[in-house]
Design a protein around this ligand. Structure first.
Ligand code: GLY
Length: 365
């Protein structure tokens, strides 16, 4: 298992991807903590994980000589400041010091909340991510974004706090619900379109959802992780090229917000957004139509790119919601579009009438 490096000078860190990688977590954490055995590790785990997975990680940490503090989180509603305060209080009560380390074991919510707690507890302690969902492995566990929601909007409070390591073990994905698993391929196809077109070939003959063997999954996760590591290494604070990761997200976020959070999985929303952005790329940047057709075919093969039955979007509201996109500058949305596969272009202004036309076509198709 050759680590993938996020290259940030003194804050560089490895991403380990491989079947059985979680068995190494104690060694990785002790090494990342810097102080070797004898410190304390706060294991912040998703309460919905199989006990065997949590126990395996806990045993690995103890075997590496780390004193264990156990905390549990559950669901998107845990993603608020009150939870961060609860975690920090538990860290303090159980003697986690400045040489302590937070080990986040779960999906995006656990990573974001535990990561933010690690960023602010004692003004910042070490963090190791052990993502347990496909989406977190290919995206949120890499790059240091942490934070919580406000009642009014998601991810409004946070910090960039890079982990010391990321450990991705596809064996933990066996119990991931099918819909979650499938939806993550929205983000995976995105990496193929914005930075690694060769990945699209790997996906072209993908077995039915849930049917891919862990080693094959590990190869795909590693390619996505390498893409994200390269982008983050060049733009840690998201002031430039990191925006390419937002391909499909302008409409994706607007759909999630207008339909009500939780109705669509993030990857499902992004996949619909990619279809709209793909059509705009052909019209406005001359992207080859065949590239966008390939994207749409792949998404469809994963059951993505359309609203699930029973859900209806409100196109004018979706277009209006794009104005609140995080990447909007001076009130204007900067669209990520494609000149070709692997050649993204950021900061594009797009007339709302064209967004609406392509959104209608995608939603009606
Ligand atoms: N999820 C996009 C980023 O980390 O920048």
């Amino acid at each position: 298992m050759r680590p993938i490096e996020v290259d940030l000078g003194p804050r560089s860190y490895p991403i380990l991807v491989g079947t059985g990688a979680l068995a190494q977590v104690g060694t990785v954490v002790a090494a990342g903590q810097g102080s070797g055995a004898g410190g304390r590790a706060a294991l912040v785990a998703d309460g919905g994980l199989p006990a065997a997975v949590v126990d395996q990680v806990a045993a690995g940490l103890e075997a590496a000589g780390l004193g264990l503090v156990r905390c549990t989180l559950r669901g998107e509603e845990a993603k608020r400041l009150r939870t961060v305060e609860r975690l920090c209080a538990a860290f303090r009560a159980q003697g986690l010091g400045r040489d302590g380390v937070v080990v986040a074991l779960g999906g995006g919510v656990v990573g974001d909340v535990a990561g933010f707690a690690a960023a602010v507890y004692l003004r910042g302690i070490a963090l190791v991510h052990c993502p347990t969902t496909l989406l977190a492995m290919v995206d949120s566990a890499i790059g240091g974004k942490t934070g919580v929601n406000l009642a009014a909007a998601k991810n409004q409070i946070g910090a960039v706090h890079q982990p010391r390591a990321v450990v991705c073990d596809p064996l933990v994905l066996a119990t991931l619900p099918r819909r979650e698993h499938r939806a993550a391929f929205g983000e995976i196809v995105k990496y193929g379109m914005v930075s690694d077109p060769g990945l699209l070939n790997l996906l072209a003959s993908w077995p039915a959802p849930g049917g891919a063997e862990p080693d094959r999954l590990a190869a795909v996760i590693a390619r996505c992780a390498a893409s994200k590591a390269e982008v983050v290494s060049g733009d840690e604070h998201d002031h430039g090229r990191r925006a390419i990761l937002n391909y499909g997200h302008t409409i994706g976020h607007a759909l999630e917000a207008t339909l009500g959070y939780g109705r669509l999985r993030h990857g499902e929303a992004v996949a619909i957004g990619m279809r709209v952005a793909g059509r705009l790329s052909v019209e406005l940047l001359g992207c080859p139509a065949a590239a966008v057709a390939e994207q749409d075919r792949l998404l469809a093969a994963f059951g993505l790119g359309r609203l699930p039955r029973g859900l209806a979007a409100d196109p004018p509201a979706v277009v209006a919601a794009t104005r609140h996109d995080k990447k909007a500058l001076g009130g204007e949305v900067g669209w990520v579009l494609l000149e070709a596969k692997g050649r993204p272009s950021t900061g594009n202004r797009v007339p709302e009438s064209r967004v609406r036309a392509h959104l209608d076509a995608v939603l009606g198709a």
